[in-house]
Ligand binder design. Structure first.
Ligand SMILES: [Mg+2]
Length: 91
């Protein structure tokens, strides 16, 4: 299983919250995604909220003391762990 190099998908936040608050804010976006699905708001709304999850997650990761090479190594480790657990196998 090959990990693609780490790259940012969203711009950095101008005035980020403290890390603990950033991590906690991810939960709110997960709830918004789940509610959008459960309320039948349509897949585009669900996708928007899941993008918010990704953006908030990425913003939290930006606060950690790792460069892109280190993040690529961490990402690779996560993929290898999940591969060993049999999570992959689709396209
Ligand atoms: Mg949202």
């Amino acid at each position: 299983m090959v990990a693609t190099p780490w790259h940012w998908q969203f711009p950095p936040i101008a005035e980020p919250l403290p890390l603990e608050e950033q991590i906690a804010s991810i939960i709110g976006e997960v709830v918004e995604a789940l509610e959008a699905l459960q309320n039948g708001e349509g897949y585009e709304r669900v996708a928007e909220e899941l993008m918010d999850v990704k953006h908030r997650t990425e913003s939290a990761i930006r606060n950690l003391p790792f460069d892109d090479d280190q993040l690529t190594a961490i990402k690779r480790g996560v993929i290898e762990k999940n591969d060993r657990r049999g999570y992959y196998g689709g396209e």
